[in-house]
Design a protein around this ligand. Structure first.
Ligand code: ADP
Length: 618
């Protein structure tokens, strides 16, 4: 606890003292020093003023006696002296002794003057004021007050002894002074205790304030650290976003570059399949087609993953037939299942809505992957695909499960298989192929569709993948069940004029070869500007337009053709965009430029024929 005397520092309106680390200034009324020079000075002035008033009255009462006047002037001098001394540095640490000495001098003076005049009638008022006033206005300790009262009584005793012809009112003097002494002593002690108590409270508040200041400083430091961390995090997330964007751009460029030659490889292999081949040659061709197809699957998977990770893959909800869609997925595995003598079972829970709203393409993708894996990793037994609606009021959650009796997945690998490029057993790649991307994409797609996926498995007994997705039951009960894919294209069996615009000769050869059985008259150009010239000069039934061409590309050429058609009231020629990029943005761009359809390289002959058939007919 701070020693009070330390706090009695230079006089002023504000007191300064050290508070913790810093020098603090507090206004007087919160100062812990309740006693001290300033209070003392005010007290002394008050006492002196009242005492002088009493003495002045006493002088007048004694009919303007010269003795009393001298005494009054003397006291006035002492009061002025005390006031001026109270402004000195010295006074700060010696005021109690000074005030007491002063009071002694006054008591002595009053006693002497009283003794000479033979009466204390005038002085007794001054003595009383000194006793009571000092206890009330001087913030000093009770023992100083005791000294003062003792001196007053001693003065009265001296007067009583020295003046043998006792003043007739002497007993009254004694009564007054003794009463004054008792009252002042009690007042001084009580006030002193009250001040001490108050000081203790103020000290407690100050300590609390100091602790609070330390706490505030700590919080400020913590806030500064948090701000720093936040800045770093923002910077890192910006870096990560930039890296993700760069990665995604790199992947789409790579995909484009790989798709272009792959288009020729797969296209030519498909055409070669129509030719008369020896058994060996056909086997080699199958290997080329299989490897090409795997490469294409890999590129598509990587692109999907990049889109999912950069948040660019959007779920497109449409109405579709739920059970029919699942059956179509399973139909794709009929051959593989039959070859491995597996049993493929579907279990549709009762009460499933016939039609639902959701992204059927993505749901297909998830099921294709899970059923594909089940078929891949099961040598014997059965694969069961079950669907049910999760119970609950107006539930829009559907639970799908794909269970197999295959190799199973070791417990330590179960969480890993949902990470990209991870396989439970790396020897799988040699035995079954695969990239380790499928389940990573599945997990992300399921999440995008508002659900989650889990796996339960026992090595040697099989695995069960369970996932939920959010699907809304469609209100309408009839977007017809999927259109049967036309395998024959009778509408193309006529003399049609076609323009192929592609800067790569191999691609032109490939398209021409794909259409060789049809009675088409085909023209070829190598650039966008040539395509515009040709379309303006002669009438075509359709244009196959490569979008990436040097100088004037397919987008510009298509826009120019559409503009010319509008300006000249010419017929709308169907333009089918050919791109090696599979990004949705490119499809959108082609549509905006005026293309009627879009084929992503590599495309199969069937894709090309279907697109032509559809657009020529419409
Ligand atoms: P991949 O293309 O390699 O199959 P996936 O991501 O689809 O990639 O699967 C990752 C790995 O998880 C697989 O390589 C396999 O080890 C394991 N796995 C997935 N499904 C099954 C299953 N039904 N039975 C056994 N193992 C499976």
């Amino acid at each position: 606890m701070r020693n009070l005397s330390e706090l009695r520092v230079p006089i002023g309106l504000r007191r300064e003292f050290r508070d913790g680390e810093r020098d603090q200034t507090y206004p007087l009324w919160v100062s812990p020093a309740f006693r001290g020079p300033r209070m003392t000075r005010i007290g002394l002035v008050l006492i002196a003023a009242v005492a002088l008033l009493g003495l002045l009255l006493s002088w007048l009462a004694h009919l303007l006696s010269i003795w009393a006047l001298l005494f009054f002037l003397g006291e006035l001098l002492v009061a002025l002296l005390t006031l001026s001394v109270s402004f000195t540095e010295w006074f700060v640490s010696n005021w109690e002794a000074f005030a007491l000495g002063n009071a002694f001098a006054v008591i002595l003076g009053i006693t002497l003057v009283g003794t000479v005049l033979g009466t204390l009638a005038g002085g007794i008022l001054g003595l009383l004021l000194l006793e009571v006033g000092s206890s009330a206005f001087l913030p000093w300790s009770p023992h100083r007050q005791l000294w003062l009262n003792a001196a007053t009584i001693a003065g009265l005793a001296v007067f009583t002894v020295v003046w043998p012809r006792a003043d007739p009112v002497l007993p009254l003097y004694w009564l007054t002074i003794l009463a004054g002494a008792v009252i002042s002593q009690v007042a001084c002690t009580t006030l002193y205790q009250y001040r001490s108590e108050l000081e203790r409270h103020i000290q407690t508040v100050l300590r609390g304030r100091k602790a609070l200041a330390a706490e505030v400083r700590e919080h400020q430091n913590a806030i500064a650290e948090l701000k720093q961390t936040q800045t770093e995090l923002v910077q890192r997330s910006e870096e990560a976003l930039a890296a993700a964007r760069a990665k995604s751009e790199f992947l789409s460029t790579m995909s484009h570059e790989i798709r272009t030659p792959l288009n020729s490889v797969l296209g030519m292999a498909e055409l070669l399949g129509d030719a008369e081949l020896k058994a060996d040659e056909r086997r080699y061709l199958e290997i080329i087609r299989h490897s090409g197809a795997m490469l294409l699957e890999l590129i598509n998977s990587i692109l999907d993953l990049a889109r999912l990770e950069s948040g660019r893959l959007e779920i497109e909800p449409r109405e579709f037939a739920l059970c029919r869609t699942i059956e179509e997925v399973l139909e794709a595995f009929t051959f593989a299942v039959r070859e491995k003598s597996l049993e493929l079972v579907t279990q549709f829970a009762p009460g499933l809505p016939e039609r639902v709203i959701g992204d059927s393409l993505r749901l297909r993708q998830v099921l294709m992957n899970l059923v594909g894996n089940a078929v891949k990793f099961t040598a014997q037994g059965r694969i069961t695909v079950a669907v049910e609606q999760v119970p609950g009021f107006q539930s829009q959650r559907f639970r799908f499960s794909v269970a197999d009796t295959g190799t199973g997945i070791p417990p330590d690998k179960r969480a890993l298989i949902f990470e990209p490029f991870t396989q439970a057993d790396s020897s799988n790649t040699r035995e079954y192929g695969g990239t380790g991307l499928g389940l990573a994409i599945v997990a992300r797609l399921v999440k995008e569709m508002g659900g989650e996926i889990t796996v339960a498995s026992e090595v040697g007994k099989g695995s069960t993948f369970v996932f939920t997705v959010h699907l809304e039951a469609a209100s309408s009960r009839h977007e017809p069940v999927s259109r049967p894919e036309p395998q024959e294209h009778p509408r193309l069996e006529r003399q049609l004029r076609l323009l192929i615009a592609d800067d790569v000769a191999v691609n032109r050869v490939l398209i021409r070869a794909m259409l060789r059985h049809l009675p088409f008259e085909i023209d070829e150009v190598e650039s966008g500007s040539q395509a515009i010239e040709k379309v303006i000069a002669s009438k075509y039934d359709a244009v196959l337009m490569d979008m990436q061409m040097p100088a004037q590309d397919g987008y510009e050429a298509t826009s120019a053709i559409r503009k010319w058609e509008r300006e000249h009231g010419a017929n709308h020629v169907p333009i089918i965009a050919l791109t090696a990029s599979a990004l949705d943005t490119d499809v959108e761009r082609a549509r905006n430029a005026g293309c009627d359809a879009h084929l992503s390289k590599p495309f199969r002959r069937e894709d090309l024929l279907r697109a032509l058939d559809y657009h020529l007919a419409s």
